[in-house]
Ligand binder design. Structure first.
Ligand SMILES: [Zn+2]
Length: 330
């Protein structure tokens, strides 16, 4: 490899590591993320208010805490989108701040609803109720609405506090859904950017179909599993020796349709992750076992690739050979 490092390396015997200069970042990224989240939070809560006022639908109270969690997800979408766009890693402090903001937003919205309605006078008092009094009254007088034509339940009393607590919790946890998902997204520490991902294909690692004899043969399953392992090692070897043409050919053969892949007891998906800044990346194999909701996924060892190698392998997403003439005719 003849590059600028070789001169330095020849002089000093030390390999040059500072090849790519990370670009400067906006210093106010945290403030921008918080501001974006607050904008979507206000928008979501105004939507909830309008739904209640115009269509008499209490979105927050639907199937407690599912409705509240869904509103929380919409409300906090700004935090997630802005963090992703700005490449801001969501750390614990930011996550706690978002939770606090969601908590305050819930009570802010409740107060706005309280203030926008005509004052209420509670039984046994001769003055308009304060916000805490009205909040307590609403909580303990909450009624469950059953599906069907039957009447609502009796007022819940103290159980109402539990339901309100559940609603608040749903709204707060919905609020950190996107940030938590994002914190699991691959990230380049050098450039402080989230990596882009492309699914390149699936390696079968088992035999599907309960009516097939091979599927019920443990040894056949083991052979399929080992074949997947051999395929992975071959991909890693081709990357290591820099054989882009063969790697491209191998990847193009991983065209197992998703429906067929899902029927296998085990399969390995191959994802290409690349930093939009420095261009470095890796192949990320992920082992999936089980079916449907019981699917378990486990990332396997990454296969690192330099930006030069990724660019020789393909312009992403990797192009795949078109259908053969026979399949076109059929
Ligand atoms: Zn990078």
């Amino acid at each position: 490899m003849a590059d600028k490092a070789s001169g330095f390396e020849a002089d000093t015997g030390i390999a040059m590591e500072l090849q790519y200069a990370p670009q400067s970042k906006n210093q106010n990224r945290v403030s921008i993320v918080l501001a974006s989240g607050l904008v979507t939070t206000v928008a979501a809560l105004v939507g909830v208010f309008l739904l209640q006022a115009l269509a008499h639908i209490n979105a927050m109270g639907l199937h407690i805490p599912l409705g509240a969690a869904l509103v929380g997800v919409v409300a906090s979408s700004g935090y997630g989108v802005a963090s992703y766009r700005l490449g801001l890693r969501i750390r614990r402090t930011l996550l706690w701040t978002i939770l606090l903001f969601q908590f305050l937003a819930y009570f802010g919205a409740e107060y706005c609803t309280f203030a926008s309605r005509p004052p209420i006078v509670l039984p046994g008092t001769a003055r308009p109720a304060t916000f805490p009094e009205a909040f307590r009254f609403n909580a303990t007088n909450m009624r469950l609405r059953f599906s069907g034509p039957g009447p609502d339940s009796e007022p819940l009393g103290d159980v109402g506090y539990f339901m309100v607590g559940l609603e608040i919790l749903g709204f707060m946890l919905g609020g950190i859904f996107a940030p938590v998902m994002l914190s699991r997204h691959p990230y380049c520490d050098l450039c402080q950017l989230y990596l882009r991902r492309w699914n390149l294909g699936t390696i079968p690692a088992g035999i599907g179909g309960i009516f097939r004899a091979a599927a019920r043969d443990p040894e056949a399953q083991t052979r399929a599993y080992r074949a997947a392992d051999a395929k992975l090692r071959e991909l890693a070897r081709l990357v290591a020796v820099g054989d882009a043409a063969s790697l491209k050919r191998e990847l193009a053969m991983l065209d197992l349709p998703q429906r067929k892949a899902a029927a296998l007891p085990a399969r390995v998906t191959i994802e290409l992750c690349q930093c939009p800044g420095c261009g470095d990346g890796f192949l990320q194999p992920v082992l999936h076992t089980g079916h449907g909701q019981d699917t378990k996924s486990r990332p396997l060892t990454k296969i690192p690739m330099t930006r030069q190698f990724i660019s020789t392998v393909a312009t992403t997403p990797l192009e795949r050979p078109g259908p053969s003439p026979s399949t076109v005719a059929a």
